[in-house]
Design a protein. Structure first.
Ligand code: GLY
Ligand code: MN
Ligand code: MN
Length: 465
């Protein structure tokens, strides 16, 4: 955990931002989640907003912040003898509260009465959106008579204030992100070394998970580690690598305090890139470098996304897969056949940071609405950037058989796409290059150790064990 004053300070900041509001904000902690029986749970993951304001990384806790007096109360129970016998020594509830800089504690069973009293007195209750079925169930139980109104208590002002606060990372948080990226760099180094013909995806994915566990607090998301890199969030590890495959590894470890790394690299298996692979790889690298160089406070990320799309499209025209003019092709969304996702997203305690608080609330300014154009519709981050934001930059090029067949059969954007030529490239799979950056006062700083990215560095590293 950070020191207790960090959490007290964060809560004070939240109360100050919400000085026009009154009542109680409820922070539900997460519970263990059973894998196949209660005593065999999935690895525990605390709710990120609870971690941010209270830091306590254990199940069985909730907290309430009173916006009228600024005081927080931690609800939980002291460990039972059974807890200690089976799971080892646990601090008391009071000790835990002290670590979070909280003075008031109460048994967990008292939470329901606290909320009922507030509602009886017509005090506003502010909830965060439930994202686990268990949250919804608990909220219904806790709210008693008001249980049908769970959604009505989800509080836009509180969500806005939390998102604003969590969007700007402190120095201590950036150190955590750097620690996550240290682990992530080791993971990618291991993947590079093992990317040889005959190795299985599963063996490499297992190694990634092992390093993440051994060096940090585990994986920040289920990695993609696949020669089928065109499947954007591929979680299948069933293939063996062959010479001339491209292995796409999108993986990240977490720091001791659960901050996330999120890096993608592509490795040519068993030798240098083929000419076609190299050409496409360099197109993605050019788009990523251009985007990284364009990041500065005040610039809207959607503009950087569009810029990266134009760079990619230019290359695709030169390769003969698309036809210009570039601006018209990009405005029409034709490039999305090859790049159907957004350029990046916020990063922090969550890999898609704060997504449970509302994707548009995190990624879009009030005067920006999300496009429904294919490709642009999955742009998670569009808003003007500010110092302290941490985000990913991850352009890619993909050859997705189902998407290709549908568009070709519909003659979609036929003036911009050379379908016949593209068909000959369908064996390429997918190429993505992803780095994590901090927006600074005058530009951006890439976070974490350098992980090979240029063609020559990647080729030198591939299979170099
Ligand atoms: N690793 C998931 C993503 O890059 O969005
Ligand atoms: Mn990402
Ligand atoms: Mn990623």
């Amino acid at each position: 955990m950070f020191a207790p004053p960090t959490y007290a300070h964060r809560r004070r900041t939240l109360c100050r931002t919400l000085r026009d509001e009154s009542g109680l904000v409820l922070f539900l902690g997460n519970e263990e989640s059973a894998m196949n029986a209660a005593a065999n749970p999935y690895p525990f993951r605390q709710d990120s907003t609870f971690l941010y304001y209270f830091g306590l990384d254990v199940p069985g806790l909730d907290a309430v912040l009173d916006l009228d007096d600024g005081e927080a109360r931690l609800f939980g129970d002291d460990p039972s003898l059974d807890d200690i016998v089976w799971m080892g020594d646990h601090p008391s509830l009071r000790d835990r509260a002290e670590r979070a800089g909280v003075d008031r504690t109460a048994p967990r069973s008292a939470l329901s009465e606290t909320l009922a009293n507030a509602l009886k007195q017509d005090r506003p209750l502010h909830l965060l959106p439930p994202y686990r079925p268990r949250h919804r169930q608990r909220l219904r139980t806790l709210l008693g008579d008001a249980r049908d109104d769970v959604e009505a208590y989800v509080s836009a002002p509180v969500l806005d204030a939390i998102v604003t606060q969590r969007s700007v990372k402190s120095e201590a948080e950036v150190e955590q992100l750097e620690a996550a990226l240290d682990t992530t760099a080791h993971m990618h180094e291991a993947a590079f070394e093992r990317a040889a013909p005959g190795t299985s995806e599963r063996a490499i994915a297992g190694r990634l998970a092992g390093i993440a566990e051994a060096k940090g607090r585990g994986l920040s998301f289920r990695p993609t580690c696949s020669i089928r890199g065109e499947v954007l969030h591929n979680h299948d590890y069933s293939h063996s690598l062959s010479a001339n495959d491209l292995l796409l590894v999108d993986a990240g470890g977490t720091s001791p305090l659960h901050y996330a790394g999120d890096i993608t690299r592509v490795v040519p298996v068993g030798g240098p890139f083929t000419d076609r692979q190299r050409r496409l790889y360099n197109a993605v690298l050019d788009a990523q470098t251009t985007a990284l160089n364009a990041i500065e406070p005040g610039t809207s990320f959607i503009e950087i996304h569009r810029h990266a799309c134009r760079v990619l499209t230019n290359h695709l025209i030169e390769i003969g897969l698309m036809n210009g003019p570039v601006d018209a092709a990009v405005n029409a969304g034709a490039h999305a056949l090859f790049f159907p996702h957004g350029l990046g997203h916020m990063l922090g305690l969550d890999v898609h940071d704060m997504e449970n608080l509302g994707e548009n609330r995190v990624g879009y300014a009030e005067d920006q609405s999300r496009s429904d154009q294919f490709g642009l519709h999955t742009l998670r981050l569009a808003r003007p950037l500010a110092p302290g934001f941490v985000l990913t930059v991850e352009p890619g090029l993909y050859f997705i058989p189902a998407l290709f067949s549908q568009w070709r059969d519909e003659h979609r954007h036929a003036e911009y796409i050379n379908y016949e030529r593209t068909e000959a490239f369908m064996d390429i799979g997918g190429i993505r290059i992803e780095d994590d950056v901090l927006v600074t006062n005058d530009g951006a700083r890439r976070l974490g150790p350098e992980i090979p990215k240029t063609v020559s560095a990647v080729e030198a590293q591939a299979g170099a064990s």
